[in-house]
Design a protein around this ligand. Structure first.
Ligand code: PXL
Length: 436
């Protein structure tokens, strides 16, 4: 996953570009960066700022956009009008989700956005974004509403959405009972409140950590509310572990988080590609390999390749990145299977061959199949629903999960085998028996 931060440089590395890169890295994504301004500050004092010229901001953005596939973009500090206009002109036509973290002042009181840049910030950048992450003060300024209650937070969120941000999360309300801090999400039309205990001390970098973690999780294809849940826990944790490195405020400390599901699948894909003669089993439409979280609700809970495992001559290589929601077909089969057999969380498709099925049966594997020609018209007309239908039919009479489901194709449709298992390693074990 590649993510981009467009923000200011912070020499203390707690916030800004340097903070974002640390968070991106901790979450297993690759962080690209476009620097909008250079600040001079440490953990106790803010000394000054100089913006990067608008033409250099534009050319930095172009240089990364033309070279990398970028899965999400975070915008942080933008100092003046010219920078905002430059960013707007480069991003206004792209389809990549943008996370906008408004930054007006540093924790030590430095001005991070000029006052006369605010109207362009509001009218040009806010409408471009998938989600905006103001704190209470920033939300008051953007929405032009005084916030003194949870209701005011809701009003402000609605006003910010009217300016054009698709989703709004306002951080740091303290209007609930007890020692709780509440963040309010306006997700499309629905409100959701997230709350956590108040931190006992201030730290430097918390805001940037939150929006960068959100950006990394959106890049990974997580649903917005899940991405926020994760980002909150990750940020609170980094604040609790903040280290007093300088003489002033402690700096948030991010811990590397490894996604076990992604890791296991990635390892298994590497092993799959080097199985002897495996190229003979790759179908015309190529192969995908997926692994689901437990009890998935949708394809977004299942990680798979956005591209495919492809055959090139006698070699098998991986094209594309792993992403939650990255696979449609194999993931639909696993999703359907998991509704009846929750222990099944992984799947992989291979080329259909009668010999492969016979071999699997002789090795004691349980197979089931469906006939694509029997598919009702209303299902075949609905994009992506054939596999769910076929899987459901194939398991309707089964009491235990099958290892394999196959179909022999249909008009213009390639015959296919899907191997199922508890996890990717389990599938590799089955493959090694089936193909020998
Ligand atoms: O946390 C907001 C922020 C963003 N960007 C830069 C900063 C700060 C806070 O100090 O210095 C460059």
């Amino acid at each position: 996953m590649h993510v981009l931060s467009i923000a200011g440089s912070d020499p203390s590395s707690g916030a800004g570009i340097q903070g974002d890169i640390k968070t991106f890295h901790a979450l297993g994504t690759y962080g690209l960066s476009v620097i909008t301004a250079v600040t001079s500050q440490n953990t106790s004092k803010f000394f000054g700022v100089e913006p990067v010229s608008p033409s250099l901001v534009k050319s930095q953005i172009r240089s990364v956009l033309e070279d990398f596939q970028i899965d999400a973009i975070k915008i942080g500090m933008v100092y003046n009008k010219q920078t905002i206009q430059a960013i707007y002109s480069e991003l206004r036509k792209i389809e990549i989700p943008i996370i906008l973290d408004p930054v007006f002042k540093s924790t030590t009181g430095g001005i991070l956005q000029m006052e006369n840049a605010f109207s362009d910030f509001k009218m040009l950048l806010v409408p471009l974004v998938y989600v905006i992450t103001p704190n209470i003060m920033e939300a008051e300024k953007i929405a032009n509403v005084k916030i003194e209650s949870l209701d005011d937070m809701k009003k402000a969120a609605i006003k910010i959405q009217k300016i054009g941000a698709k989703n709004v999360i306002i951080k740091g309300g303290h209007f609930l009972k007890g020692d709780k801090v509440s963040d309010l999400l306006l997700d499309g039309k629905e409100f959701r409140i997230f709350s956590h205990s108040r931190m006992k001390f201030e730290s430097h970098g918390g805001g940037c950590t939150f929006s960068a973690a959100l950006c990394a999780n959106i890049a990974k294809g997580k649903k917005l509310s899940e991405a926020i849940d994760f980002a909150r826990i990750f940020t609170v944790d980094s604040m609790r572990n903040a280290a007093k490195i300088g003489r002033g405020l402690p700096i948030t400390k991010t811990k590397n988080v490894i996604d076990e599901i992604e890791n296991k699948l990635s390892e298994a894909i590497s092993e799959f590609c080097v199985i002897n003669s495996i190229y003979e089993y790759i179908p015309e439409c190529q192969t995908n390999f997926v692994y689901s979280t437990s009890n998935p609700d949708s394809l977004k809970d299942i990680i798979g390749l956005e591209g495919r495992i492809v055959r090139t001559g006698k070699f098998v290589t991986v094209a594309g990145n792993l992403k939650y929601g990255g696979s449609k077909h194999v993931a639909s089969a696993v999703l359907e299977m998991s509704k009846k057999f929750p222990s099944v969380r992984s799947g992989l498709n291979l080329k259909y061959d009668e010999k492969t099925i016979k071999n699997a049966i002789s090795k004691g594997f349980k197979t089931s199949s469906y006939d694509r020609d029997k598919e009702p018209k209303i299902i075949s007309e609905k994009e992506g629903s054939t596999i769910s239908w076929g899987t459901k039919i194939s398991i309707s009479k089964l009491k235990t999960p099958p290892d394999i489901i196959y179909h022999k194709g249909g008009f213009g449709k390639e015959a296919m085998i899907i191997i199922f298992g508890k996890n990717p390693k389990n599938i590799l074990g089955k493959i090694s028996k089936i193909i020998t």
